[in-house]
Design a protein around this ligand. Sequence first.
Ligand SMILES: Nc1nc2c(ncn2[C@@H]2O[C@H](COP(=O)(O)OP(=O)(O)OP(=O)(O)O)[C@@H](O)[C@H]2O)c(=O)[nH]1
Ligand SMILES: [Mg+2]
Length: 238
Amino acid sequence: MSDNNKREVNRIKELESINLSREEIRDFVIETKKEVEKDNDLLAKQLNDELKKRGIRSIDIVGAIGAGKTALLEKIAERLSKKYRILVICGDITTRVDADRIEKHDVKTIQINTGRECALNAYHIYQVLKNQDLDNYDLIFIENVGNLICPSDFKLGTDMRMTVVSITEGEWVVEKHPMLFKMSDVAVINKIDLLERLGTNIDKMENDAKNFNPHIKVIKTSAKTNENVDLLIKTLEL
Ligand SMILES: Nc1nc2c(ncn2[C@@H]2O[C@H](COP(=O)(O)OP(=O)(O)OP(=O)(O)O)[C@@H](O)[C@H]2O)c(=O)[nH]1
Ligand SMILES: [Mg+2]
């Protein structure tokens, strides 16, 4: 049993010992989760208000592990580091590999290590931004921990959210993860340089994203060959 599961079982035992029924415990757990999300959304709204007030644009990037979030951010930083004063906040379980990769392109980076947590939340972002002189930036990117499930629970206070998947994850990856596509403005299907070799049904991926969210803009990119990287930047209104 994982540590998380053990903790959950112990918590349930504790609640049972104060004579709550299984149904009451379930309701308590659901209510607690809702409260956490409500608090997070409130803080995210305050963060977004603050950034807007200062004229800072903000975009968060979520997506599958290894889909190319950092590779795309490197390409974006390369093209925009002279136009904007950019801060990139990178979420990762333990390393600062991604921040180091992006920093090479003349942008400021901050790494957040989440430890066991599978997504950043608004409190992580608040903790970082409160120690920054925000007058130094016009544009903030946040790369979340690679995960297609957990980040959907937590808004981060950005203007725009971009979800990245790639054709190497297979044509069902969008269909299997509706939540992030429902709450994203832009969906990127990356690694199209490998399309011929893999034969992934990319039209299905695009249609699935649009079925979940008719307003989503779908861009097919290759961070390796640069295909459609400029189009992506235009779509992000940068
Ligand atoms: N062929 C090809 N490889 C790519 C492309 N984009 C990224 N890669 C490769 O895919 C691997 C993962 O890329 P990353 O940019 O680290 O992916 P990520 O989404 O940031 O990964 P995590 O942060 O670990 O979730 C690296 O080896 C990249 O070089 C692409 O468009 N085409
Ligand atoms: Mg990365």
